[in-house]
Design a protein around this ligand. Structure first.
Ligand code: ADP
Length: 456
């Protein structure tokens, strides 16, 4: 500014001096005035250029703030040029800062968009400012259309409305999802998180599977307790009787036999539970472990005939048929357990005069089928889809009387799945049942020569 003053003074002195030379004092006065006018005129021109430049900057910033690179060059020269240059630099810095914060915001929104949970940003009045696609899917919102709508008008669930009205957001509220139906329930957990100046973050989470797992866990514990309680009650009753009454030896013997039966029942239940938990916890069966089908069938036959005798089904006709020798790739104990469970069910549910046929055959596509056909009571169609659920029984007392735990087919299902096989159940009341397991070709190896069989 000081330089500018000097230049202006120099301009006046020079103009005055030149005019004084030409026309003495009067000329000097006119020269001074003229010089001042010329100096002001030149400044006015520069100011006009500065104004034009500012107008252009303003329109660029308004229309496209991201175009920081295309800002017009500031007018140069003179003290106004310097002002323009400083403004230019300030503006460029501001636009860059604005651009960076825009980018940050976009990245944050993209991260929230990728969240597996639903995210809704609400203003202080509870109106939607932004929501991600997951939240839109959970709650049936339209991420663009529903902006500025009040959230309570869009989520019309009485539980959620009561939650908002109570304004206690320390815990989530669980409501039925938009696509929930009685046969396919969908459960959503919603929780508000206040932040900033009265704004709120509403998070939604699909908790259907968690709730189902929790319900299954509860049912399972209740079922196991129930299954154990009955034999335990009987056992403690007998113990009390033996402790308090003087009984003849034959009664004591009878009571002890009954007690042994109950403790066997508990033992079988615990064994089946342990088998199930081992199946769930162990790695998938490898293709390198092999077991001969004839060995599996031989063990099944021994068990089946013994069980038939124990159950007093001496007249039961039991037949084992094997069309071709083969080896199965899998865990021998698991496969034995699955096959034995099917055979044991057939023996237990088929009356004394009935017939049980256990067969193995190789199918045309290289797969192998293990089947157990019986002439027992059969099963009504409505029970078939649930037979492999834990503790599901068609006839409770018949199952218990024959020593069933309700876990046999659940074990079969697990073993079958782990070996990539498929369980088929065909049954009709009064027509008997056919349970078959089809092992995929990848797990079946023909063992045509006796040497192969021995190796198994
Ligand atoms: P359980 O120990 O009760 O036999 P399972 O899981 O092995 O339990 O079988 C579930 C239910 O399926 C049984 O309670 C029984 O009602 C029915 N079931 C299984 N196998 C047969 C069969 N061969 N004939 C008739 N009903 C059967």
């Amino acid at each position: 500014m000081f330089t500018r003053g000097l230049v202006f003074l120099g301009f006046l002195v020079l103009g005055g001096f030149v005019a004084w030379l030409l026309a003495a004092w009067v000329g000097a006065m006119v020269g001074l005035i003229l010089s001042a006018w010329i100096a002001f005129y030149l400044d006015a021109l520069r100011l006009l250029r500065l104004q034009n430049w500012l107008t252009r900057l303003h329109s660029i910033e308004r229309d496209d703030p991201g175009r920081v690179q295309s800002l017009p060059e500031a007018p140069t020269g003179g003290w106004l040029g310097e002002i323009a240059d400083r403004m230019h630099r300030l503006l460029r810095w501001r636009i860059q800062a604005q651009h960076a914060s825009q980018m940050q915001l976009q990245e944050m929104l993209a991260a929230m968009q990728a969240s597996p949970n639903g995210v809704i940003l609400l203003d202080a009045d509870g109106r939607i400012e932004w929501c991600n696609q997951t939240a839109a899917g959970h709650l049936g919102l339209d991420a663009a259309r529903d902006v500025r709508q009040h959230v309570a008008h869009l989520i019309r669930d009485p539980l959620f409305n009561a939650y908002v009205a109570a304004a206690d957001f320390s815990a989530p509220v669980t409501i039925a999802g938009r696509k929930s139906t009685p046969s396919r329930p969908v459960r959503l957990s919603l929780q508000m998180h206040p932040y900033g100046d009265g704004q709120r973050l509403l998070l939604s989470r699909d908790v259907t599977l968690i709730e189902q797992a929790e319900a299954m866990r509860r049912d399972f514990v209740a079922n196991v307790s129930h299954e154990l309680r009955t034999p335990l009650t009987v056992l403690s009753g007998f113990v009390e009787t033996l402790q308090t009454l003087e009984l003849p030896p034959q009664d004591v013997r009878r009571y002890l036999d009954l007690m042994a039966m109950q403790s066997n029942r508990m033992q079988t239940l615990v064994d089946d539970l342990l088998t199930l938990s081992r199946l769930e916890g162990s790695p998938l069966p490898s293709l390198n472990d092999k077991v001969g089908v004839d060995a599996l069938l031989a063990q099944c036959e021994i068990d089946a005939r013994a069980l038939s005798l124990v159950m007093g089904r001496s007249k039961q006709e039991i037949e084992f048929v094997q069309d071709a020798p083969a080896q199965l790739c899998g865990v021998a104990t698991e496969l034995q357990s699955a096959l034995s469970n099917l055979v044991s069910n057939a023996i237990r549910y088929t009356p004394s005069e009935g017939r049980v046929v256990v067969s193995w055959k190789l199918l045309a596509d290289g797969s192998g089928e293990f089947a157990v056909q019986d002439s027992g009571p059969g099963i009504a169609a409505e029970h078939l889809p649930r037979l492999t659920e834990r503790f599901y029984r068609v006839d409770r007392s018949r199952s218990r009387d024959s020593g069933g735990t309700g876990l046999g087919l659940a074990i079969v299902k697990h073993v079958v799945q782990r070996h990539g096989a498929v369980l088929h159940i065909e049954s009709e009341p009064g027509q008997g049942s056919r349970f078959s397991i089809v092992f995929p070709a990848s797990r079946v190896q023909r063992a045509d020569s006796p040497a192969d069989l021995k190796a198994a």
